[in-house]
Design a protein around this ligand. Structure first.
Ligand code: HEC
Length: 449
């Protein structure tokens, strides 16, 4: 640990010590620490979740008492990057209150005592490692993908037919790898029948298309006629749940297209992702889909420490905003979403002051937000291409849009709900660059993702 960090920890601990709550009474694992771990930590820290350790019981937690103290004081854990007190409130906010941090710190500082088992809350249950519960259908590529130990691994795809003879509505969906260590991201796309997307490739084989082929679209083909984002996986992400009456549509005759992106890490491996689907009970009231405001035309100069890039998206019909997920790579520094309403009023929705590439978090609105026709979603990102960014692969390079971690992306994903019988194509007006300098590419068209 650096000296600065030590000072910070010491200062934070001192602050807590003079806080309103004093810990004259004994702080114990079963009574005080375990309930917090259950509600804020075990969701990730249990076997099968790809976390370095399980934190289910005293025996497992004790060796980590000091590390937990530091992780919560520094707010490294649980991972949550939205700035407090600005923007909207989020239903999946996992961060700890000051009092909960104080309790965990006091527990570690007073000998990490066990306490009385009788005072413990009942153990938390984890549903068969699917966070959506048991899927009605699991879709997988026909064979595992072999991940090489080194070299650049290009975006790889595989097409799996759904076999659906009727339209299907999905209320819960989860995509997960079998080998998390290598995963940069995974996406499951839905390819409706008649789509031109990857029409030259055969079903069931892995293939690596050129960026040109990936971006190609038939003249006049709608964005959502070509492909629709169904689910994604990236480190730290959690599948979003939909409200009752909301579902994603998979048209009859669609194919699933798995987009696989791995990063070589020195050891070879295999991965065979699983897409779990839970079908909705009846016809939904609202159709949910994911789109994005993005900018793929930026140029980040070498050594620039605060380079601004903007993107926007304008609604040509009313829609309801459900969640937001900023996406950048290693030079990503901060990200902000605003809604600019037809009356000119601008509202900050989400600010992520310290973006962390290792945690691709989706921020789910506690109260879904109605965006009237004419509302503009504006995303502003800053990139740090200087030496002071410890994650920067090379500050001497000019950086543009690209797949790989040493290239960049600027995407503000959003999920929207519309009437179930409404066409998502009708929700956006044509692209209109708003930014000074680099033009923004907007709309549901996600070019080289
Ligand atoms: C969203 C999933 C998630 C949640 C929630 C979560 N963790 Fe973690 N935690 C991880 C992952 C993944 C790692 C390993 C990678 C890393 O260190 O970032 C980790 C690492 C850690 C470490 C080791 C840190 C280090 O410095 O090596 C500690 C300690 C820890 N978590 C404690 C906690 C505690 C305490 C909570 C709850 C207050 C919590 N975590 C909540 C996913 C999570």
């Amino acid at each position: 640990m650096s000296c600065n960090m030590r000072i910070l920890l010491f200062a934070a601990a001192a602050l807590l010590a003079v806080g309103p709550k004093t810990y004259a009474a004994e702080v114990t694992f079963y009574e005080d620490a375990l309930p917090i771990l259950q509600s804020h930590c075990q969701g990730c820290h249990h076997p099968g979740e790809g976390t370095p350790m399980s934190l289910l019981n005293y025996k497992e937690v004790l060796p980590w008492a000091k590390a937990i103290r530091e992780a919560v004081l520094l707010k490294k854990m649980p991972p949550w990057y939205a700035e407090k007190g600005v923007g909207k409130k989020f239903s999946n906010d996992r961060s700890l209150s000051q009092e909960e941090i104080g309790t965990l710190v006091a527990w570690a500082d007073t000998g990490a005592k066990k306490g009385d088992l009788a005072a413990a809350p009942p153990p938390a249950k984890f549903a068969d490692s699917w966070s959506i519960g048991k899927p009605d259908l699991i879709v997988r590529p026909p064979k595992p993908y072999r991940i090489p130990s080194k070299g650049v691994i290009e975006y790889t795809y595989v097409i799996v037919p759904s076999g659906f003879t009727e339209d299907k509505w999905v209320s819960k969906v989860e995509l997960k790898p079998s080998k998390r260590e290598h995963v940069h991201h995974l996406i499951a796309w839905v390819r409706p029948p008649g789509s031109s997307y990857f029409e030259e490739y055969s079903v069931g084989d892995f293939f690596v298309p050129s960026v040109k082929i990936r971006e190609r679209r038939r003249e006049g083909e709608g964005k959502f006629e070509r492909r629709q984002l169904l689910a994604s996986y990236a480190p730290g992400g959690i599948p979003n749940r939909l409200e009752a009456g909301q579902a994603r549509l998979i048209p009859a005759g669609s194919d699933f297209i798995f987009e696989l992106h791995y990063t070589a890490n020195g050891t070879a491996g295999t991965d065979r992702p699983q897409l779990g689907l839970v079908f909705s009970d009846g016809p939904p009231r609202q159709r949910v889909f994911t789109t994005a405001a993005l900018n793929s035309k930026f140029v980040i100069p070498p050594n620039a420490s605060n380079h601004r890039v903007e993107a926007s998206l304008t609604m040509s019909a009313k829609a309801i905003l459900l969640d937001m997920m900023p996406h950048m790579h290693l030079r990503g520094k901060s990200f902000e979403y605003r809604a600019v309403y037809p009356n000119g009023k601008s509202e900050l929705l989400l600010r992520v002051p310290k973006y962390n590439f290792n945690w691709q978090l989706s921020y789910v609105l506690e109260e879904p937000l109605t965006l009237p026709k004419g509302t503009r979603i504006e995303c502003t990102a800053y990139f740090d291409n200087s030496w002071s960014n410890p994650h920067n692969p090379d500050p001497t390079q000019e950086v543009r849009w690209g797949d790989q971690n040493w290239e960049e992306m600027m995407i503000g994903f959003i999920s929207l709900a519309i009437d179930a019988d409404q066409n998502p194509e009708s929700v956006f007006v044509s692209n209109k660059p708003v930014n000074k300098g680099t033009p923004a590419v907007t709309g549901g068209n996600i070019p080289a993702m």
